[in-house]
Design a protein around this ligand. Structure first.
Ligand SMILES: Cc1cc2nc3c(=O)[nH]c(=O)nc-3n(C[C@H](O)[C@H](O)[C@H](O)COP(=O)(O)O)c2cc1C
Length: 174
């Protein structure tokens, strides 16, 4: 770690959703660093209403993939993390979704800075998909499956898209 870490702005612009990963395992220390970055996200009243289930076994990742309609990135990902919200910890109703999103973005950026690639796959707000994950993984009532993050080394590097858009910016009035 240290000098080899990419600068923050390059990391933000370089992060891309990757759906095809090379056949290369991830050092567990890097996974831990990515989880740590998630936990450093801001959250309403610093409640940190999140939990992370790490899937690093091929059979379990296959099972997760079969439960999500848009999880093609799990065909080749060596690791998948399910981010869950805790309704007993969130500052108020509706906050765990915002807090978990902040945690996920931190994780995606940390992964990119560490040379890894990711894809965020939403579970919330699909009621049926949420219910299926809750049931299959026997989550307690207060723990809500929120999203999946696949993790791996991209097979091919993607270009930075052009996204800056002046028409989205409004000064002092709409
Ligand atoms: C809330 C959310 C849900 C997403 N769900 C999926 C998904 O189910 N499957 C998938 O392959 N990508 C998913 N994505 C990734 C988006 O498709 C991707 O971020 C978008 O196309 C922009 O591309 P980029 O991430 O490379 O900048 C999701 C992203 C977000 C933020």
């Amino acid at each position: 770690m240290g000098e080899n870490i990419k600068n923050t702005i390059d990391t933000i612009y370089d992060r891309r959703s990757v759906r095809k990963y090379a056949n290369k395992q991830i050092n567990p220390d890097l996974v831990q660093e990515i989880l740590r970055a998630g936990m450093f996200a801001p959250s309403g009243m610093n409640k940190q209403p999140w939990h992370f289930i790490v899937f690093d076994k091929k059979e379990t990742i296959e099972k997760v993939k079969s439960m999500h309609p848009y999880a093609s990135s799990l065909s080749s990902a060596p690791v998948c993390i399910m981010v869950c919200g805790d309704t007993e910890l969130e500052m108020a109703e509706g906050f765990y979704q915002v807090d978990c999103s902040a945690a996920i973005e931190n994780m995606l950026l940390a992964a990119n800075a560490l040379g890894l690639d990711t894809c965020w796959m939403g579970i919330y707000p699909w009621k049926e998909v949420m219910e299926n994950f809750s049931k299959t993984f026997e989550l307690p009532e207060n723990i809500k499956p929120f999203a999946l993050v696949s993790l791996g080394y991209a097979e091919t590097k993607q270009e930075r898209p052009k996204r800056y858009n002046e028409t989205k910016i409004h000064y002092n009035k709409w």
